[in-house]
Design a protein around this ligand. Structure first.
Ligand code: PLP
Length: 431
């Protein structure tokens, strides 16, 4: 097998995600043979630093010895079993740990297979919980510039035009309230006032607000102050609106805390987790909620209040084993503390980008750094040039429009950070 052969066979039969396939007439598809640590390697021995953790999922490197062993162990014990009426050790252990690790008051875990489907679960549960209380609340609120996945419900609460506009006629009715415009505490206050005004007007129709705590990932790594979450929690309590925290991207240490809600010391009514949950190994997601919400569904079968949502692979045993192995690593390697040193190192290097004329601004929250380029028309596809320069120089960067960001696996070394960020610096300098 070589790069060319696999590329050609691929294009005969595959349709890739988030891709205009015609681009591959000129843009090379990169066949990956194997991966280890932060490195992806093709069939000709070229390697690439995975600066985006393979779409934000990988935490402790590729083919991580410890996680591999735990999955192999599980593979010979139990690969999967139906989770309705049945249970297994890995899913129970994982749920106990998640209840302990997540903000106080989240006591029940409902599993699904990916971030979007977990968002659907949270939306349906919120609506249904109100309904079981005799209320008909049919509107969801989200923040401007938000992203919550691409199934119809998840897309409905998103606000990134690129993904949403085409499907607008198919979507649920939602309302958007402004995300804080920058990381200042003033911006957090201003945005909270707008959300409260909306609630004052329409709270009896609003089921929940869904938001990405602190960082809007697909919304070009837009960041805001934790104080906004404190306000939103209070407003939600006051107006009987649920708070859904979508930590699909920010969860598991990306913001510097294990969960982003901890920066504001709040407990959402629903916490949505996926991506890093299995260390980037297998599809799995979970919605955690309170005993209070759970109790609204708990009654005799004949009352028809049960949450009858299901997915075939709910709580898959291999995925749960990978998730438990991931949590083991957080515990035994004191990851959150170790990451503080790494994020400080990345932050210092990030400052250097301000020397470049075409850089408008930089920002960082924990393990995520972003660089905004200025003044490029969208049709120039400036991010694509940076992507290609990265590949030529052994780094997988995948800019979001004119925003270059770094979100590497936590096992990256200082030397690898140097290479990752210096390559991006050079790419921007040469634009
Ligand atoms: C990626 C993402 C999703 C969707 O998850 P998928 O597993 O891709 O369906 C939802 N919310 C946020 C914040 C995400 O970053």
């Amino acid at each position: 097998m070589n790069n060319l052969e696999l590329k050609n066979r691929d294009l005969d039969v595959l349709w890739h995600p988030c891709t205009q396939m015609k681009d591959h007439e000129t843009l090379p598809l990169i066949p990956i043979k194997k991966a280890h640590g932060v490195y992806l390697e093709d069939f000709e021995g070229n390697s690439y630093i995975d600066a985006i953790s393979s779409w934000w999922v990988n935490l402790f490197g590729h083919t991580n010895r410890y996680i591999n062993d735990k999955i192999k162990e599980q593979l010979d014990t139990l690969e999967h079993v139906i989770l309705a009426g049945f249970t297994h050790e890995q899913v129970v252990k994982l749920s106990e740990r998640l209840v302990k690790l997540t903000p106080n008051g989240l006591e029940k875990c409902f599993y699904s297979d990916n971030g979007s489907s977990a968002v659907e679960v949270a939306l349906k549960m919120s609506y249904h919980a109100h309904k079981n209380d005799g209320k008909n609340k049919t509107i969801f609120v989200s923040l401007t510039n938000s992203y919550h996945g691409e199934t119809i419900g998840a897309l409905s609460v998103g606000d990134v035009e690129l993904y949403k506009d085409t499907y607008a006629p198919l979507l649920l009715k939602t309302l958007q309230t402004a995300v804080p415009k920058d990381m200042s505490i003033e911006a957090a206050h201003v945005a909270a006032i707008e959300f409260e005004a909306l609630c004052k007007q329409r709270a009896d129709e609003i089921s929940a607000i869904i938001l990405e705590p602190l960082i809007q990932g697909a919304g070009s790594m837009h960041m805001y102050h934790p104080e906004f979450l404190v306000h939103v929690r209070k407003i939600c309590d006051k107006y009987d609106v649920h708070l859904i925290a979508d930590e699909v991207m920010v969860g598991f240490g990306r913001t510097g805390e294990l969960f982003a809600c901890s920066h504001a010391n709040i407990t959402p009514d629903f916490l949505v987790l996926s991506k890093g949950l299995t260390g980037g190994y297998l599809p799995l997601s979970v919605v955690l909620t309170t005993n209070d919400i759970y109790a609204k569904f708990y009654c005799d079968y004949s009352e028809h209040k049960a949450f009858l949502h299901s997915h075939s692979y709910t709580g898959n045993a291999l995925a749960c084993a990978a998730a438990n192995a991931t949590l083991d690593i957080f515990e035994k390697d004191d990851v959150i503390n170790r990451n503080k040193t790494l994020s400080k190192y990345m932050g210092a290097k990030l400052q250097k980008f301000l020397e470049l004329e075409n850089v408008a601004s930089i920002r960082q929250t924990g393990m995520i750094c972003a660089v905004d380029l200025k003044g490029y028309a969208p049709e120039l596809r400036i991010g694509l040039s940076v992507y290609q320069h990265g590949l030529k120089n052994g780094v997988l960067l995948r800019p979001l429009g004119h925003v270059i960001y770094f979100m590497p696996p936590y096992i990256i070394t200082n030397d690898e950070i140097d290479k990752m960020m210096d390559t991006a610096y050079e790419a921007i300098r040469l634009l």
